[in-house]
Design a protein around this ligand. Structure first.
Ligand code: AMP
Length: 423
C-alpha cells in the first residue's frame, strides 16, 4: 500500500501541454515575437489576474465575457479579482500606468494564458493561450492596415494556407446613433422571440444582439441592417483609407459587414482572419480599433488598435495542413557505457560535451550494451559515444554515426573536437 489512492483529474476545458506539442507552441510564439519585433513592437507581460472592474469597465457589463465567462475570486481582504479573459484591457491598464507619457506610436505585443468559463468544445477551452499586439497613439488608417498586415504576415510566415482577412468597419457606436436606432427598429417586432439576454441588451446595446450564439437570435440577426450602410462620413473615409493601405501592402481581404466583435470598445476597423478548414471555430484571430477605451479607463483620449489570436486553433490548423514547425529537436549524442568506471567517465564527459553546446543524454538504468544501443536509436541521437572500462584505461573512445553505422576510435580530445564541430 502506498497510501490512500486518489485520482486527480485535469480541470474541465483545460489541457496539459507535452512534447512535441509544447515545442510547437513555443516555436509559434517565438515566431510571433520575431514578427512583432519587425514592426517595432516591444513585449508587455501583465499579471494573469486583475481587478474585475478593469474588465467590467472595458468590455462592458453586458458582454458575455464579463457577465458569464469570467473566473472571479476575492482575495483575503475581500478585493475582487478576475483571471484575465482577454489581453487588451490589461495592456491598456499597463500602458496607462507606465507609458501614457510616450509621444508618438507605442507598439506592444504579448503572449500568455487567458481564462473563460465557457462550454468547452473543439477549439474552445477554459484556459487558452493568446498572442496579440496593441498599437497606441495614432488614429492614422495606415496603422490599421499595418496591424492587420502584421497578423496576416505572421500566419503566412508559418506556411498556413487557406486564410482570409475579413474586414469591416463598425463606425462609431453611440447609444442613440443612427445604426443603433435602425437595429432597435428592426428588432422591435421580434422582441418576444429573442432570448432573455438579448431582450435585456436591446435597450442598452442593440449591437450585442448581432453576435448572440442562441439559434433563434442568430436567425433573426441574418436580416438585420448592416453597419456599413450607416457609416458617417469620417468613418467611411477612414474605412476607405484602411483599404487603400492594405492594397499598398499587398494584403488581400474581403469585406464582411457581419463582423461586430464581442466587446463594447471597438470603433471603426474590425477584422478577423479566418481559416477555411476548422469548421465552426474558423476565426484564428480577431481585432480592431478601439479609440475610446483608453479614455474609458481613465486616460487621456488615445486612439489604439490591436488584435488577439488563439494558439490552440492555430496549432490545430497547422496540424491539419501538415505544416507544424519542424524538425523536432533530437539529442546530438547518446552516451553508452559498459562498467562502473566507464559509466562515471561517460557521465562527466556528457557534462563537458553539453558545455560545448551539444545535447547529450544517457540511460543510467539500462546496463547491457544492447539495451543502451536500442535506447540510443530510439532517442534519435545522431551520434553514440561508447566507452567500456577497458577502453577507458587505453583512453580510447568510440564514436558511432547512428545514421550510417560507421564507428571510429578516438582519444577524448579528438572526440570532443570532432563533436564540437557538429554542435
Ligand atoms: P476574442 O478575444 O474572443 O476576440 O478571441 C480571439 C481569438 O482567441 C479567437 O479567434 C480564437 O482564436 C481565440 N479564442 C477565443 N476564445 C477561445 C477559447 N475559449 N478557447 C480557445 N481559443 C479561444
Amino acid at each position: 500500500m502506498y497510501g490512500v489512492f486518489m485520482s486527480y483529474t485535469l480541470p474541465r476545458g483545460t489541457y496539459d501541454l507535452l512534447p512535441p506539442q509544447s515545442w510547437y507552441q513555443r516555436k509559434v510564439l517565438d515566431a510571433f515575437a520575431n514578427m512583432a519585433a519587425t514592426h517595432g513592437c516591444g513585449e508587455v507581460v501583465t499579471p494573469v489576474f486583475e481587478s474585475s472592474q478593469l474588465f467590467e469597465r472595458s468590455s462592458g457589463e453586458t458582454s458575455d465575457v464579463v457577465s458569464k465567462e469570467m473566473y472571479r475570486f476575492n482575495d483575503r481582504k475581500g478585493r475582487e479579482f478576475a483571471l484575465r479573459p482577454e489581453g487588451t484591457a490589461p495592456v491598456v491598464r499597463s500602458f496607462l500606468q507606465n507609458l501614457a507619457e510616450n509621444s508618438g506610436l507605442t507598439r506592444l505585443f504579448y503572449t500568455g494564458p487567458m481564462f473563460r468559463y465557457d462550454r468547452p468544445q473543439k477549439g474552445r477551452y477554459r484556459q487558452f493561450v493568446q498572442y496579440g499586439a496593441e498599437f497606441f497613439g495614432s488614429a492614422h488608417p495606415s496603422v490599421d492596415a499595418e496591424v492587420i498586415a502584421l497578423a496576416h504576415d505572421y500566419l503566412v510566415s508559418l506556411g498556413l494556407p487557406g486564410i482570409t482577412v475579413e474586414l469591416n468597419s463598425v463606425g462609431l457606436p453611440a447609444p442613440d446613433g443612427p445604426y443603433e436606432l435602425a437595429l432597435k427598429a428592426y428588432y422591435a417586432p421580434h422582441h418576444d422571440e429573442l432570448c432573455p439576454d438579448c431582450r435585456a441588451r436591446l435597450e442598452k446595446n442593440p449591437r450585442r444582439l448581432l453576435d448572440c450564439k442562441v439559434e433563434t437570435c442568430r436567425t433573426i440577426a441574418k436580416n438585420a441592417p448592416l453597419v456599413l450602410e450607416y457609416l458617417d462620413d469620417d468613418s467611411r473615409a477612414h474605412f476607405d483609407a484602411v483599404q487603400f493601405y492594405l492594397r499598398e501592402l499587398g494584403v488581400n481581404y474581403v469585406l464582411n459587414p457581419r463582423i461586430v466583435r464581442g466587446l463594447d470598445y471597438y470603433t471603426h476597423t474590425a477584422f478577423e482572419i479566418c481559416y477555411s478548414g476548422l469548421g465552426a471555430q474558423s476565426a484564428l484571430l480577431g481585432g480592431g480599433r478601439y479609440d475610446k477605451l483608453v479614455a474609458q479607463l481613465g486616460g487621456k483620449p488615445t486612439p489604439a488598435i490591436g488584435f488577439a489570436g488563439g494558439v490552440e486553433r492555430l496549432l490545430a490548423a497547422l496540424e491539419e495542413q501538415n505544416c507544424l514547425p519542424g524538425p523536432i529537436p533530437v539529442p546530438a549524442v547518446f552516451m553508452v557505457s559498459m562498467g562502473d568506471k566507464a559509466f562515471n567517465a561517460a557521465y562527466t564527459a556528457a557534462a563537458k560535451l553539453r558545455a560545448l553546446g551539444l545535447t547529450v543524454v544517457y540511460e543510467p538504468d539500462k546496463r547491457s550494451l544492447g539495451a543502451q544501443m536500442k535506447a540510443a536509436g530510439k532517442s534519435g541521437a545522431a551520434w553514440a559515444v561508447i566507452i567500456g572500462d577497458g577502453e577507458l584505461e587505453k583512453g580510447e573512445w568510440s564514436l558511432k554515426n547512428m545514421l550510417t553505422g560507421e564507428q571510429r576510435n578516438l582519444s577524448w580530445e579528438m572526440l570532443a573536437e570532432e563533436l564540437a564541430k557538429k554542435s
